[in-house]
Design a protein around this ligand. Structure first.
Ligand code: C5P
Length: 231
C-alpha cells in the first residue's frame, strides 16, 4: 500500500537484465541512490538463484520479477521462501486467480509486497482470442480489480493501460509500468513506449527501465537524467 508519493529517484526500478552476477552487481554499485529499486529477473535468477538477490540487496531494495503462476499451495510455499530472501517486491500473474494471488500475499507474510501482472504486453489480442480470452482492454482492468481485491498491494501494467487500471483500483494501489523510454531515445522492442513523464502523469508510481540505463555509456548519468525528467 502506498503511504506517500515517492521521490523521482525512488520511482525508478532498473532492470538488471544481464547474464552474470558480476555485471549486475557492478551496475547496482554504480547506481546506488540514483534509483529506488533493482529488478532481478528470470535471467539472473535462473543463473544465480537466491545468491543474486543477496548480492544485489546489499546495494538497495530488490524487486524479484519471477511472475509466479501455479496452484495456490505451491505459490504460497514459494512466496514463503522468497520472503526469507529479503526482497521488497515480487511478481505473480493475476491470471492465476484470486485464490492464487491471496496465497502469494499470505506466503510473503508482509516480508515484501506482491505485484500482480495483468496481461503481458507481448500478448496480442489475436493471441488472447486464440486462447479464448477477451481483448486486453477489457481484461486488464478486470484482472486488476481481481488481484487488488485478493490483497495484492501493487499491479504491473503497460503504460497505455495505466488510466483504466488506476480508475479500476483507486489511488492506494501501487502501479508499476515497463515500456518506458526517455523522450528522444529509441524504443527498442516496445511497440508503444511512453516517456517517464507521461507514465507518471497517467498514474504510474514506479517505472521499470532497463536498457536506457544499463546500456548507456554512463548509467548513472542516464538514471539521473530520467529522474530529472519526472522531477
Ligand atoms: O530494457 P527495457 O527497459 O525494455 O526493460 C524492461 C524490463 O521490463 C525488462 O526486464 C522486461 O522483462 C520487463 N517487461 C517489459 N515489458 C513487459 C513486461 C515486462 O519490458 N510488457
Amino acid at each position: 500500500m502506498l503511504t506517500s508519493a515517492p521521490s523521482p529517484n525512488e520511482r525508478l526500478i532498473v532492470a538488471l537484465d544481464v547474464p552474470t552476477l558480476d555485471e549486475a552487481a557492478s551496475l547496482a554499485r554504480r547506481l546506488v541512490g540514483a534509483v529506488g529499486w533493482f529488478k532481478v529477473g528470470l535471467e539472473l535468477f535462473a543463473a544465480h538463484g537466491p545468491e543474486a538477490v543477496r548480492a544485489i540487496r546489499a546495494h538497495g531494495p530488490v524487486f524479484l520479477d519471477v511472475k509466479l503462476h501455479d496452484i495456490p499451495t505451491t505459490v504460497e510455499r514459494a512466496a514463503a521462501r522468497i520472503a526469507e530472501l529479503g526482497v521488497g517486491l515480487v511478481t505473480v500473474h493475476a491470471g492465476g486467480g484470486a485464490e492464487m494471488v491471496a496465497a502469494a500475499v499470505r506466503g510473503l507474510g508482509g516480508h515484501g509486497e506482491v505485484l500482480a501482472v495483468t496481461v503481458l504486453t507481448s500478448t496480442s489480442d489475436t493471441e488472447l482470442a486464440a486462447m479464448g480470452s477477451e481483448p486486453a482492454a477489457s481484461q486488464v482492468p478486470r484482472l486488476a480489480r481481481l488481484a487488488s481485491g485478493a490483497g495484492a498491494p501493487g499491479l504491473v501494467c503497460a503504460p497505455r493501460d495505466l488510466p483504466a487500471v488506476r480508475e479500476a483500483v483507486g489511488p492506494a494501489v501501487r502501479l508499476v509500468t515497463p515500456g518506458v523510454r526517455p523522450a528522444g531515445a529509441g524504443t527498442d522492442d516496445h511497440a508503444r513506449a511512453a516517456t517517464p513523464a507521461e507514465a507518471v502523469a497517467d498514474g504510474a508510481d514506479l517505472l521499470v527501465i532497463g536498457r536506457p540505463i544499463t546500456r548507456a555509456e554512463d548509467p548513472l548519468g542516464a538514471a539521473e537524467a530520467i529522474a530529472a525528467s519526472i522531477a
